[in-house]
Design a protein around this ligand. Sequence first.
Ligand code: ATP
Ligand code: MG
Length: 339
Amino acid sequence: MRVVSGIQPTGKPHLGNYLGAIVNYVKLQDEAHANGGQCFIFLADLHAISQPHDPAELTQNTREMVATLVACGVDPAKTVLFNQAQVPAHAELQWLLNGTARMGWLNRMTQWKDKAGKNREGQSVALFTYPVLQAADVLLYQATHVPVGEDQKQHLELARDIAQKFNNDFCAEDAPLFTLPEPYIPPAAARIMSLRDGTAKMSKSDPSEMSRISLTDDADTIMKKIKKAKTDAEPLPSEEKDLEPRAEARNLVGIYGALTGKSAQEVLDEHGGQGFGVFKPALGEVLVETLAPINARFLDLKDDQEALDAILARGAARAREQGLPTLDATYNAMGLVRG
Ligand code: ATP
Ligand code: MG
């Protein structure tokens, strides 16, 4: 079992990142550790530069992201925790796989269409080729399990297509080089939506702070954001099917369920008939209970720059070593001569 996943240091991680991805990093890290497997979690700083960014902020976000991941339970003794920029094999393998990926495949990616909007011509080349780097990230370590939110499913399918085509083009049928990675997507919390718009996913890059709960928000901020979350005026229904047309209500019920380990119907069995004036404070309390210990650990860790950088440096050294055999084999399979 080889678990690989990444998170971009593009801002403060939020509840969607936590429920959609980070909770599963911790779960799979422990499973891999118990079974003699390996878990790699990286900060996708090379992905972060696909959008305009401020260098000082990227540095700070990178350190804060390490502190947050450790505060959430990612354990650098069990997991290879590092940033891409210290492991050149990610960028090297991406270049090699650029020869395999097709323009048409990338053109179909919904994240590219969403993030580029109407201004495709004005986007960085990196935003377009982002999924090829993502394929390199997971193929480099022969990932079997990739814990991600629903929005990354399409990119994972692309990584499989790239691996398959490379294996077909350059490898003997009985000796494929790349393992085809499987997405590991949580059924309940795969897609947490914005608190301001039930049709847009919660994102670090949303300009509105009120659209998301950050993992480092204090109790007052959490309560304020939940109370201000957009909703309709109806009380909660008692049947899950009646949530279907109510995106905002569905999202809040989904968050409550993901935090308490209950299905949407179980949440409605308890809270159906309540107005948001009653349900929102109950949700806020559950959130504070989950996030307060994470926040406390984060505050303890976040200012020890030396310790945070040391975690990344140690993880990067292990990642460089573990990625090397696949990188070498890729150069060889393609017939590139290297001394
Ligand atoms: P950005 O807006 O900069 O793309 P992001 O919030 O989408 O940031 P990423 O770093 O791109 O965060 O993604 C990290 C992980 O979190 C991925 O596995 C992604 O699928 C997951 N994720 C992101 N947003 C959500 C969400 N709203 N619900 C569930 N999972 C999510
Ligand atoms: Mg994203």
